[in-house]
Design a protein around this ligand. Structure first.
Ligand SMILES: NC(=O)c1ccc[n+]([C@@H]2O[C@H](COP(=O)([O-])OP(=O)(O)OC[C@H]3O[C@@H](n4cnc5c(N)ncnc54)[C@H](O)[C@@H]3O)[C@@H](O)[C@H]2O)c1
Ligand SMILES: O=C(O)C(=O)C[C@@H](O)[C@H](O)[C@H](O)COP(=O)(O)O
Ligand SMILES: [Zn+2]
Length: 362
């Protein structure tokens, strides 16, 4: 059950290696620090407690672990400063791969620190959540959150290798599994109706820990993301923006819940995708049946599908949408859908229409 997906980016091309048990081969898969210094591994408290010892014995070299509190609240300027200072004081050289060993929070933070320390150090992703294995470890978007919003400070910085061991998911809690699953469904909704149908048939098995289903979903998601990133690495043509399906709504929901455990990223994206489909249906762009089918599958998978009850105001949500990184010329583009499997970037949406759409749904 080993799959290798190549991200074709010329001089920055790299492999994503997906195999149950691959963590045990981390020593062979990842070159030793060229400087001969201890291996810097960035992780969080939960992952460290569950898996750091196994990574340490697999690497078979002195380890220098940097351990952050678990959760979104770690994606801050403060964490970035402390991590960059740590990379510098440890004497990590540009060619020494820093290892990001954790979920999307650790991957985004480590990737950004690696992008700016010495103007760019190598880094390797060993993602430990479903979300990170299907999405955040691939493609080189790195970031922290800012007072003005989600991921507003960051850089494009590709990892040199991604090692995905689905066995790491055995310790992941059900809520985080479901949140990661939202990003799996995203690939079906944005560009692959057959994969969405596969999700409908296999979600229960995947979430219950079926390894073959997990490997299939991870490999398929990585293949789709790798192809999109290879086409539009820096989100300039509009192609990569499709990976933002549900995120313009979702990031506003996350900001309004203070980047807290009240709403996880994947949960916000699930709600955001339902909003994107419902908005598309309301404007006659996609059928009401497709919007209902997308919502039904996310709800059946245990994900939140409505922003009602969070105390959101339409003014605050729209304010966040104006901060969206895709905004240009004073307008915020939205990823909408013509049908399940056919998303597109719409640059013609007036925020007043989004306001009118959201108001009765809050
Ligand atoms: N860069 C990108 O392309 C990209 C893509 C999607 C999401 N993201 C970002 O990723 C973040 C969300 O990632 P996430 O959902 O992985 O969150 P996370 O990193 O906070 O991990 C979720 C929780 O799972 C725990 N955990 C991680 N691995 C575990 C394991 N194997 N066993 C037990 N517990 C484990 C963590 O400690 C944490 O409490 C958000 O900040 C989001 O913006 C980035
Ligand atoms: O890789 C991408 O491109 C994505 O949009 C993937 C998203 O799932 C991810 O949440 C990303 O961080 C959002 O990008 P952003 O540029 O809107 O912050
Ligand atoms: Zn996302």
């Amino acid at each position: 059950m080993k799959e290798v997906v190549r991200v074709e980016l010329g001089a920055r091309a790299y492999d994503i290696v997906i195999a149950p048990g691959i963590l045990a081969d981390a020593g062979r898969e990842i070159g030793r620090p060229k400087s001969g210094r201890p291996q810097l591994v960035v992780t969080d408290e939960t992952v460290a407690a569950a898996h750091l010892e196994r990574l340490a014995s697999a690497l078979d070299r002195p380890l220098d672990p940097v351990i952050f509190p678990a959760g979104e609240a770690t994606k801050t300027w403060r964490s970035l400063e402390s991590l960059v200072e740590r990379i510098l004081s440890a004497g990590v050289e540009r060619g020494d791969a820093v290892i990001a060993f954790g979920g999307g929070v650790i991957g985004d933070l480590t990737g950004f620190a690696a992008a700016v320390a010495r103007r760019g150090c190598e880094f390797v992703q060993i993602p430990t959540t479903l979300l990170a294995q299907v999405d955040s470890s691939v493609g080189g978007k790195t970031a922290i959150n800012a007072a003005a919003g989600k991921n507003l400070v960051g850089a494009f910085h590709q990892p040199s290798r991604v090692l995905i061991d689905p066995e790491l998911l055995d310790t992941l809690g059900p809520r985080d599994m479901r949140a990661g699953y939202a990003e799996v469904v995203k690939y079906g909704l944005l560009g692959d109706a057959a994969f969405f149908a596969w999700c409908e048939a296999n979600a229960a098995a995947l979430l219950a820990g079926d390894r073959a289903a997990q490997v299939h979903a991870i490999a398929h998601s990585c293949r789709m993301k790798a192809a999109i990133v290879a086409e539009d690495e820096r989100e300039t043509s509009g192609r990569r923006a499709l990976l933002n399906l549900g995120h313009t709504f979702g990031h506003a929901f996350e900001a309004e819940t203070g980047f807290s455990d009240r709403l996880l990223h994947g949960e916000a994206v699930a709600m955001g995708m339902v909003m994107a489909f419902a908005f598309s249906a309301e404007r006659g762009i996609c059928s009401a049946q497709d919007a209902a089918r997308a919502q039904a599958h996310l709800a059946a998978s245990g994900l939140p599908v409505s922003p009602a009850g969070f105390g959101f105001t339409v003014e605050a949500l729209v304010h966040h949408m104006q901060q969206d990184k895709k905004a240009a010329g004073g307008t915020t583009p939205f990823v909408l859908a013509r049908s399940i499997g056919d998303a597109y970037l719409d640059k013609t949406i007036a925020l007043a229409d989004v306001e009118a759409f959201l108001a009765p749904r809050l």
